[in-house]
Design a protein around this ligand. Sequence first.
Ligand code: AGP
Length: 615
Amino acid sequence: MCGIVGYIGNRDAYPIVLNGLKRLEYRGYDSAGIALYDGTKIQLCKTKGKVADLEEKFSRQMATKCKIGIGHTRWATHGVPNDINSHPHYSNSGDLVIIHNGIIENYASIKKELINRGYTFYSDTDTEVLVNLIEDIKINQKVKLGQAVQIALNEVVGAYAIALFDKNKPDEIVVAKLGSPLAIGIGEDEFFVASDATPFIEFTKNAIYLEDEEMAIIRLGKDVNIRKVKDDSSVAPYIQKLKLNLEQIEKGGYDYFMLKEIYEQPSVIKDTYRGRLLADKGIIKLGGLENHIEKFTNADRIIIVACGTSWHAGLVAEYIFEDWARIPVEVEYASEFRYRNPVITDKDIIIAISQSGETADTLAAIKLAKEKGAFVYGICNVVGSTISRATDSGTYTHAGPEIGVASTKAFTTQITVLTMIALKLAKVKGTISQSNYRLHLRELELIPSNVEMALQKNNDIEEIAKLFKDATNFLYLGRGYNFPVALEGALKLKEISYIHAEGYPAAEMKHGPIALIDEQMPIVVIAVNSNHYDKVVSNIQEIKSRKGKIIAVVTEGDTVVKELADYIMEVPNTPETLSPLVTTIPLQLLSYHIALMLGRNVDQPRNLAKAVTVE
Ligand code: AGP
């Protein structure tokens, strides 16, 4: 997720674009850039690092008053964060400059074609390909910029929010949107474009939010000309009067980043499998894995090293990999693994999971494994992070920046990547039937809508939170694929509400924890449709006979547990193997509401840090 800003009007564009980028840094902060037309030439400056680094660097170029400008703060998805991969990007002629938030999936084939036509590329980004495709069409089909953009966007596959201008026509900005947000601020003879309204809310509260597959030609002195990308037909602009304030908009209208990130899960799970999960073709494409498949299929075992929530994602992977790909898996706390002198051979595959890509213990575990000759595969969310660069190969989650300290969308996107890897390996090894393989591809594609449905139970879950916010202990129980989800649910509650909570395998309750159960003890039980369902029902009956208060996560339409539990949180019917992606949702929301009711700082809980870079 990146942040884009543009301005055209009679003020000086530089401070407007620069401050706009500062307001959007929560969307991505690994590099930043700006391009302004000063009346004779384009002044472009971009740098790895934060907007403050850009501000320091740009001032050396003596910025002059400019009436048009665009700026970008990057969350890398293609190409590591560095100066050359930062946006804006020039076209080969130097006439066009573009900024882009999104992913062009078919950029490689377009790039190859443009190289054949003599285009030169300086960055690894998909965005530079797009601006040169637009230029190629503009020149060869002799059309205006807006028309060239419309034609080009019908050739690309992926997601985009773009803004670009031509230095030969500096009274016009062209924007377009598919999958990534784009707002147009309408001022008095001035226009703003941005990923959200934060960059322009102080100048105007009149905004147009483009819909998917819409584009706009924004020209000084004219009305915004909105077109449909598909057929260039005209769209009547709908101007909204914004009521949100600056802080609310940064959080997308949510009170906390954590809630925003919980609700982002349908879209970021889709972003994570976009271009990788091709269910119709029965294909999974994972660039980082393709050249190492043999290592995985011939491995003696897979050792997963991680911490916290990422470790829980690893536990889910253990079930998936062994169930489908029949590869032995061990899941290790990185902090234990690195010190216990483990047996590691060059026949081992290490999978390191880390949202931040900076967790010290996980990094140390990777170094130890590499010293012993193991192949290390990384699953990170931050492109170019230390761990992503320390591993031999890997797959990025495309969750976008996770600002809330409590991990939510990182967990579900990590499981999405791990599921794709396991499915791909199982297919190659022939340990999964073709029908089961194709079924799971289609079911994985349905997960975002299942998560969406689970999120719709938020109000019911908030009511349950009210009843249990004063509890001093919680027990979370789950079996099979959902045992790790029980652990994750307990961690979520602990770390943001400060209420003690323990996750346990449901069957293990009888070996001790059952002594804790009384009418003061809420027990959250994950009791969705699964091979273990009847056993979980028995566990619920054991709890009930000891007067425990039962909050059950159930499959919609469940009638059995509904009769036994005190409260239920429903999720849509999902194959057990993919159910962690959905059953975790009510647990995230339960923790969020309890913490909020207790007045906790949900985004920055006490004693915690987003990345534990110390040992
Ligand atoms: C989870 O909500 C916590 N923020 C924490 O346990 C976190 O998962 C852990 O520190 C690992 O972080 P990483 O994924 O960035 O390596």
